[in-house]
Design a protein around this ligand. Structure first.
Ligand SMILES: [Zn+2]
Length: 76
């Protein structure tokens, strides 16, 4: 069995178990659900202009990682 399990809970010892909905590209919590779409869910991120149906639910640590990776990419 291979593949990534997004909902894997292997973070131990953390008290930041609360999940945030963030942008999959830049990790911004400012992502919001665009209304008026007929076909399912659609999200938009004001920070990186991401637009799509995917959104990430992660805890503080996950969000931090995404943001750091995004920053690195952005800065080359
Ligand atoms: Zn974004």
């Amino acid at each position: 069995m291979t593949g990534e399990n997004v909902e894997k809970e292997d973070l131990s010892g953390g008290d930041d178990e609360k999940l945030f909905m963030v942008c999959p590209v830049c990790g911004s919590p400012s992502i919001y659900q665009a209304l008026g779409m007929i076909m399912g869910q659609h999200y938009k991120c004001p920070e990186c202009n991401y637009s799509g149906s995917l959104v990430i639910e992660g805890n503080k640590e996950m969000v931090k990682e995404i943001r750091e990776k995004y920053k690195e990419k952005k800065e080359g």
